[in-house]
Design a protein around this ligand. Sequence first.
Ligand code: G6P
Length: 618
Amino acid sequence: MCGIFGCILKRGRAAPLIHAALKRLEYRGYDSVGEATLRDQQLFIKKDAGKIDAVHAIRNLDDLPGRIGVGHTRWATHGAPLQINAHPQSGCSDPPRIAVVHNGIIENFAELKKELEDRGHRFKSKTDTETIAHLIEENLKKRQTEPSEDVYSGFRSAVAGAVDRLVGSYAVAAVCTQEPDKIVCARNESPLVLGIADDAYYFASDIPAFLPLTNKVVYVENGELVTLSKKGFEITKLVDGSTVVRTPKLVDWTPRMAEKQGYPHFMLKEIHEQPRCLRDTLRLQEKYLELLTTFLDRAREVIMVACGTSYHACLAASYMFSKLSFLATHPVIASEFTEQHGKSVNIDSTILAVSQSGETADTLAAVETARQRAATILGLTNGVGSTLTRVSRVYIGQQSGPEIGVAATKTFTSQLSVLSQLAIRLGKKRGKISQEEIDLLDEKIEEIPDIVEKIVETQSKKVQSLAKKHRSKECFFFLGRGISYATALEGRLKLMEIAYMPSIAFPAGESKHGPISLVEPGFPVIFVCPPDETRRTLIGNIMEMKARGASVIAVCEEGDDEIMQLADDYIEITKGIPEVLSPIPYVVPLQLFAYHMALERGCDPDMPRNLAKSVTVK
Ligand code: G6P
């Protein structure tokens, strides 16, 4: 996730305005920043790695000349946070004639890059975005030499032709010295809005970028091309060039509300962002997934280290790897790693470190212990450019964008999605699962983002009323069997950390070995019950709880009448989700439950007491 912004002003200079707008978009990403402005058919670009204030202190982002410009604040996906990878990106020409800013992921960039390199283009960065600049450059060249029957002409046609070649998600904007009075933007899946003022036109990833300047907003839809000029904005459909007439809408958000896109809390916004983040995990670079799979395949032993929510992702992954690829993995809480495995880890060990931030001290300490004993380090993180990416032999960036709520939500489901993709690949490589099973898993993993979207849409009200009903309870149980034990642990962690509710999670089979002694009439027990092989036994555990008067809440498959009749309350999850993917949709109602319980109990879900988003001390 990155932030893009640009403007065409009738008076004044664009650069300071772009700088200020990028500051307001910093919550979308903050590892690099850049601006490009146009004056007298000349392009002026400044960009560097680092947070906006740090880059401004060194480079002064305000002194670029001109009334037209674009800017970008980056959350690295392709290529580390380095100056060369910061946006704007340009083509081959020197001095640059094209500047492109982009938010999204271009899935087919490797093929496009190869094709363009074969045509003589030279690439400077590791970004997918640079491909767009070269495509535009190539189109401009072609259109000068070959007559075109395009509906668009000139620069607009070159941008339309470029985005036509892209597979993936993008909100992209480009400027060019050849037509220095225009900005051309296009959208597919990544957000793009226009701001309309009397003396200026803006485009941005999000409304807060221009909210202090105007509250007149035009929403750009997927498959649309926008041309901004001093005369106004023109929207056309990319597919046929037909004009779209759309009148601006007035928004009455405060800047703080706008940052949260109208949601009362970042946590709720991030829960709602999950479908989009999950879609992005399906666009990861093939070569890194393949490389990681190869390392896992060759490993003598695989130890997964992580803390908090990331540990729960590892625990779920241990079931995935075992079931799909017959690979035994050991999920270990990072702070215990040195004591538990410090002496046994060796050159034949492979460590898969999972950390949203890539900076958690305990996880990095575990990695260091393993590194000193010559183990191979693999990483999965949301922090490209983080310490974990630097110490890993190979890493994958999960591409969830910044998560601001302290409680991890979207980053957890994205971790699960990446780990399940690795387990499926490994199963395939090792010949442990049938083609039929692979096809089904591939099909279902594509459906998961829509399923999560549906759960959030249809179950939120019900979850909210459950939170009301149980707000005064003193303790909760979260129970699951098999992979759902990991889901139960995560549901319990959410409730405990943001609603300060003492909660216990354990494998349902363990009830009778102790915890059941706590149960008395009305005691709330949440069961995670997807219809997998454990369902029958789990029903037995539900009965045991019911017999002692527990108030049972079941998260179960829609139409599972037997469980629905046993439970006092239930939340329904779409049918037909394979067991190994079930933690992704089944955790969503538990995230929502924790959120609403926090509100019911007067707690701030975004900033729970005593906790930090990233714990950089041991
Ligand atoms: C803190 C956060 C948790 C997170 C854990 C691990 O405790 O509050 O939400 O799961 O750290 O963080 P990491 O960045 O390593 O995933």
